[in-house]
Write a protein that binds this ligand. Structure first.
Ligand code: GLN
Length: 484
């Protein structure tokens, strides 16, 4: 499988045509997609048309973009003009946005080719891609297991070669969890570094769009393209665009790594703990220093996260009324409230409905102070704990997920068990910090384990450098799933 970096250089040298690359990607899709179900919408005709246009401009010597000819998959909660964007929900199953998200404009400006829209948990609520209206995606490493979520379609597509790189979104782990479960690289950027314009909101104060790739270089490249100020997103930070690939040096000498004990609590499987510690020791061998530490307020992170996320979701999802777009019902002889209630009951799946109800409760008068406000206070304490830790350490290392990928259907009946899977990923969202998941090994039965690295705000450069050094000195990135 070629990397984005290789594709761009081979197209530039005239060695390969974009059409050939895109055709071979669809060839792969035709071989594995019926087993994996990575895509909600496949854009074969559109992608081939664009490939021909790019080849035409290349033949005239115009090969400019940083992603020229690179096949990209896009999570189905990111708006694509004229192409349906469903959030894997029945309520948006026929929704075609009239505008592109900023990240889509940026991809296209750099010559990327969008292959399709990827499957996800409905409205990004989940860790397994099982709550999708379009059926679950399967893990390319073991088809009986989940790919992680909610960006499970993006991760599985990249791991299986149904795309070269992908965009996901991460509210509480949705890029890092499937990256870990599918043995790829996924970055949750610093809050405010990537525009959310055109990202269909789940919980605005927590989420970011981010890159997913098979190696650290491609991840840094894709991040360089999508990051940067956007006046259409008021939370977007006005920082100069950077080329993050220049930070990719094999050099961790003197980097101080903190290993917080809270990330190895109850529920962490032994194999995960051992594999992550092995990775920390590997980094030590390569010149880094490490020490253990403690962030005591992390004990409350998961509870605070779910209160904040559900509160924001209940407010964000209030707009789906079946009147202007999306799923609708026949309006019979009734009142508007009954009509809207019917649309929402039939249009949303059970997990989304549960969260809207709980989020409405935590925001209602009398409970607001007791739950929502308290969660915000806990959030501040968590941020302060991280600030303190970063006075001592350059980066923090932890497991991405407490367990390897689990079986399809294993946890779906028990929401609490699913929520617990997010224990190690939500802290970075609550504090707005950049966090990357990289492959760091496999269990004896061949299931992937991910290493999570967390850095201070806007220090993605450091994450990439440590991740790159680890990748170059281990072999995990070269492993490919057989998809059988
Ligand atoms: N699993 C978490 C949730 O369900 C995170 C999802 C996400 O990051 N979008 O809320």
């Amino acid at each position: 499988m070629l990397s984005a970096r290789e594709i761009v250089s081979r197209v530039k040298s005239g060695e390969l045509k974009v059409t050939e690359i895109v055709e071979s990607t669809f060839d792969r899709v035709s071989k594995t997609e019926d087993r994996l179900n990575c895509y909600v919408t496949i854009l074969q005709e559109e992608a081939l048309k664009r490939a021909r246009l790019l080849d035409e401009s290349a033949s005239k010597g115009k090969v400019h973009g940083r992603l020229f000819g690179v096949p990209v998959a896009v999570k189905d909660n990111i708006c694509t003009k004229g192409v349906r964007t469903t959030c894997s929900s029945r309520i948006l199953a026929n929704f075609k946005p009239v505008y592109n998200a900023t990240v889509i404009e940026r991809l296209e400006r750099e010559g990327a080719v969008i292959i399709g829209k990827t499957n996800m948990d409905e409205f990004a609520m989940g860790v397994s891609t099982e709550t999708s209206y379009f059926g679950p995606t399967r893990n390319p490493w073991d088809l009986t297991r989940v790919p992680g979520g909610s960006s499970g379609g993006s991760a599985a597509a990249v791991a299986a070669g149904e795309a070269t790189v992908a965009l996901g979104s991460d509210t509480g782990g949705s890029i890092r969890c499937p990256a870990s479960f599918c043995s790829i690289v996924g970055l949750k950027p610093t809050y405010g570094s990537v525009s959310r314009y055109g990202l269909i909101a789940y919980a605005n104060s927590l989420e970011q769009i981010g890159p997913m790739a098979r190696d650290v270089y491609d991840c840094a490249l894709l991040f360089s393209v999508i990051a940067g100020h956007d006046p259409r997103d008021s939370t977007s930070v006005n920082l100069k665009p950077k080329d993050y690939t220049v930070f990719l040096r094999e050099e961790v000498k003197g980097v101080k790594i903190g290993v917080p004990k809270e990330f190895f609590g109850e529920g962490t499987q032994k194999v995960v703990e051992e594999t992550v510690w092995k990775a920390v020791h590997k980094l030590e061998d390569l010149g880094a220093e490490y020490d253990t530490c403690s962030l005591p307020s992390l004990e409350y992170a998961l509870a605070a996260y779910y209160i904040i996320a559900m509160s924001e979701a209940s407010s964000n999802l209030a707009r789906y009324d079946g009147l202007r777009y999306g799923y609708s019902e026949e309006f019979t002889d009734t009142d508007w409230f009954t009509y809207i209630a019917k649309v929402r009951r039939n249009g949303f799946g059970p997990e989304v409905r549960r969260r809207i109800i709980l989020g409405t409760f935590t925001l209602s008068s009398g409970y607001y102070n007791r739950y929502y406000l308290k969660a915000l206070k806990v959030r501040t304490l968590i941020r302060m704990d991280f600030e303190k830790a970063f006075k001592r350490f350059d980066v923090l290392a932890a497991p991405t997920m407490p367990t390897p990928p689990f079986k399809l259907g294993e946890k779906i009946e028990n929401p609490l068990e699913l929520y617990m899977c997010d224990i190690d990923t939500v802290p970075a969202n609550l504090a707005g910090l950049p966090s990357i998941s990289i492959p760091c090994g496999f269990t004896t039965s061949g299931l992937p384990v991910g290493l999570q690295l967390i850095a201070p705000p806007f220090r993605e450069d450091l994450l990439f450098r440590v991740a790159y050094t680890f990748e170059k000195n281990t072999g995990y990135v070269k492993e490919e799933p057989e998809v059988i």
